[in-house]
Write a protein that binds this ligand. Structure first.
Ligand code: AMP
Length: 294
């Protein structure tokens, strides 16, 4: 299904005066289609915006009671605030939101090929061409975010969706921050946390370089690099940067070199994302179109 051009979804109506009034969305503006999935706080449905453009979207329906219970209202507000301002082919658009008494609705870009996580589970691990294409597109998206002082802080397969053409979309900005300062907060899933976040000291945009290194490893090996049975062992392995490359599946030394340059404890020594795009493994393997078609 084609995704219509963006401006049609902006949904602003002129009040006739100088200041344009922003027209509120309501559920009546949408035809609701099949369920696309279920998250922790509600459901996601395919939907068609029927007022203006017949634009196909994903409508995420979150229950206020559950958001309140889990004390994530603040996090959701931040997610909406940040994601709605980002415009990049590898970042899922958030067109708008509305709410009623019980629910909050997020109007999201529809990612026709669904979750990357499921694809990775199905394949066990990706080819170097596929992994490099994904890593390069994520690096471009993160360069864009960092340029806007947004750090994502939770890059992992579960937060990535795939568009109709096979392009990756960063989908979850629940842990992201808009920052001009260094941050100290503890967040994210353990496996993807860099040492400075495990230790809860100050961290900056280089946390996303670390997580992208972890993701690149998981793409190529099918498991994250510091995985251990006990949480405490994962912590230790992250802090020691106890990085091991198994002999199977066979992965090129060039890919291992790139991962080793990203998974570096000293934050200032991590390979900058623009340099990553020039790394021989990326140059030789990533599809120039940024799209992996199989
Ligand atoms: P979430 O609540 O974000 O975890 O979403 C629950 C599930 O709905 C996801 O795992 C996806 O399978 C699906 N989903 C969420 N957002 C979209 C989207 N924008 N396009 C397609 N499927 C989605």
């Amino acid at each position: 299904m084609a995704i219509a051009a963006e401006p049609q979804m902006e949904h602003k109506a002129s009040s006739g005066g100088a200041a344009a009034e922003i027209k509120r969305w309501t559920l009546n503006d949408f035809d609701i289609g099949k369920p696309l999935g279920r998250g922790k706080f509600g459901h996601v449905y395919l939907a068609r915006e029927k007022r203006q453009s017949n634009h196909i979207v994903a409508l995420k329906v979150l229950f206020k009671s559950q958001l309140k219970q889990s004390q994530v209202e603040h996090q959701l507000r931040r997610e909406v605030e940040i994601q709605s301002h980002l415009r990049h082919p590898n970042i899922l658009r958030l067109y708008g939101y509305f709410y009623d008494q019980k629910r909050v609705y997020l109007i999201l870009e529809y990612a026709a090929k669904g979750e990357l996580y499921k694809e990775l589970q199905k394949c066990k691990y990706f080819s170097e061409r596929r992994a490099a294409t994904y890593v390069a597109s994520l690096a471009r998206a993160l360069i864009y975010c960092h340029g806007k002082h947004v750090i994502h802080r939770d890059i992992k397969p579960e937060n990535l969706l795939v568009g109709a053409e096979g392009e990756l979309k960063i989908a979850d900005f629940g842990w992201s921050v808009h920052t001009f300062n260094r941050r100290r907060t503890m967040c994210g899933t353990l496996d993807y946390l860099p040492p400075e976040m495990v230790e809860s000291v100050e961290h900056d945009a280089s946390v996303d370089i670390w997580s992208l290194g972890v993701l690149c490893y998981e793409f190529l090996y099918g498991v994250p690099p510091f995985e251990a049975k006990e949480h405490s062992d994962t912590y230790k392995r992250i802090l020691q940067v106890n990085l091991k490359f198994p002999s199977k599946p066979v992965v090129s030394s060039s890919a291992k070199d790139l991962i080793s340059q990203m998974l570096v404890k000293e934050t200032s020594q991590r390979l900058p994302l623009h340099k990553l795009l020039e790394h021989p493994w990326i140059v030789q393997n990533a599809e120039p179109s940024g799209v992996y078609r199989g």
